[in-house]
Design a protein around this ligand. Structure first.
Ligand code: SF4
Length: 377
């Protein structure tokens, strides 16, 4: 990653027109990603146009299994609970106590994608042309008010059908190339009286911390942006560590070892920056190396305390359409390694959690410890 790439992309994906800030959004039409979305069973169907989509985090059959077993381990995601905690919809100290009807209120997510990313992960589910920062392939600029108005219209339509839509996700691409969108969306939701109902969760690839410093120094980003954002409790960041050691990271995203080292340092720096600014940041590691995971967690624990261990979730790489194209005839081999790493990494986390807290991995509710993590940052 060059130091200038985030800035170059920032200038492409965000512009001011007649005094209004506008963001370049991906058009899914005709992409491999759209084919993947069409195949996803259990998602709420329907969209306003090709720029917005709705994902259902926990599908009915997953909730059925969860409520039959009352076992957190079977949950593929826990983002719904962050939303429930951050809007105050229910006490999330024990996830098992949260009623199904509350989870169903927060399991559908309205998503748009900023059309640009400063790293090109080999496992990315987005077609490369939809992350290039260019106004091509049907991409268009939208103001945040236009985006929010689309969300509200779609939300009302779904509410009339008895489907709740209370999560809003600025995604990408890399949303932190234009973190101004975070404050704008939060302010607009407040203006519409939705701050106590709608939770905003944005993604972060953890590689823009130093770029933010440069933009603040150059006065192209407001100095107290993150402080302002952190005042909104209904905001969370989904933060993705790309590996548990430099080689693992380099291999995951398709870089050399030296670049892997630089990126891991940048990731640690950016993670700290968000948390120390008071931003509710939930971390994942994608495809960690099970051999180095324990060492990585112990290193993080020195900075954030031992509760960082149950706080970190593991994410498995999925063989989406664009991923299959990139791996070509090596895809089956890769999938088998991802499955193996995932299973072994979950065992590592389970062992650490039992040793440290006497509980299984994922038995400790992340939303109930977010304040501890923030306090240690
Ligand atoms: S950081 Fe996210 S959007 Fe960017 S290339 Fe990686 S997976 Fe794709």
């Amino acid at each position: 990653m060059t130091r200038t790439l985030p800035t170059l992309l920032r200038h492409r994906v965000m512009k001011i027109e007649d005094g209004v800030r506008k963001y370049l959004l991906t058009n899914f039409a005709g992409s491999e990603q759209q084919k993947d979305l069409d195949k996803t069973k259990g998602n709420v169907k329907g969209s306003i146009n090709d720029f917005f989509r709705v994902k259902t985090n926990l599908k009915d059959y997953q909730l059925d299994e969860y409520f039959a077993t009352k076992n957190n381990q079977v949950l593929p995601f826990d983002m719904d609970f962050w939303a429930i905690e951050s809007t105050g919809a229910y006490n999330t100290a024990r996830l098992q106590d949260v009623p199904r009807e509350i989870i169903e209120e927060y399991t559908n997510v309205f998503i748009y994608q900023l059309k640009g990313c400063n790293i090109n992960c080999k496992f990315c589910f987005v077609d490369r042309f939809n992350n290039n920062g260019r106004a091509d392939h049907g991409a268009e600029y939208f103001s945040m008010r236009e985006i929010i108005d689309s969300f509200i219209k779609f939300r009302e339509r779904k509410n009339d059908e008895g489907v709740a839509l209370n999560q809003f996700r600025p995604s990408g691409g890399e949303p932190t190339l234009a973190p101004e969108q975070w404050l704008e969306v939060l302010q607009l939701l407040e203006e519409y009286g939705l701050s106590k109902k709608v939770s905003v969760q944005s993604d972060c690839n953890g590689t823009t911390g130093h770029a933010w410093n440069r933009w603040i120094k150059n006065k192209e980003m407001q100095e107290d942006l993150f402080e302002q954002v952190s005042k909104y409790k209904n905001f969370n960041v989904l933060y993705c560590f790309k590996g548990s050691d430099p080689e693992n990271l380099a291999r995951n995203i398709g870089r050399n070892a030296e670049q892997g080292r630089e990126l891991l340092e940048e990731q640690l720096y950016t993670f700290k920056k968000l948390l120390s600014n008071g931003i509710r940041t939930y971390a994942y590691i994608i495809n960690p190396n099970p051999e180095t995971l324990e060492g990585f967690m112990n290193e993080l624990a020195q900075d954030y305390g031992r509760k960082i261990i149950p706080f970190m979730h593991i994410l498995k790489i999925g063989p989406y359409g664009p991923v299959k194209e990139r791996y070509g005839d090596k895809i089956d081999e890769a999938v088998s390694e991802w499955n193996d790493y995932y299973a072994r990494s979950e065992q590592v986390m389970d062992g650490l959690c039992i040793e440290e807290f006497g509980k299984h991995y994922k038995e400790i509710s992340r939303p109930s410890i977010i304040e501890d993590i923030l306090a240690n940052a």
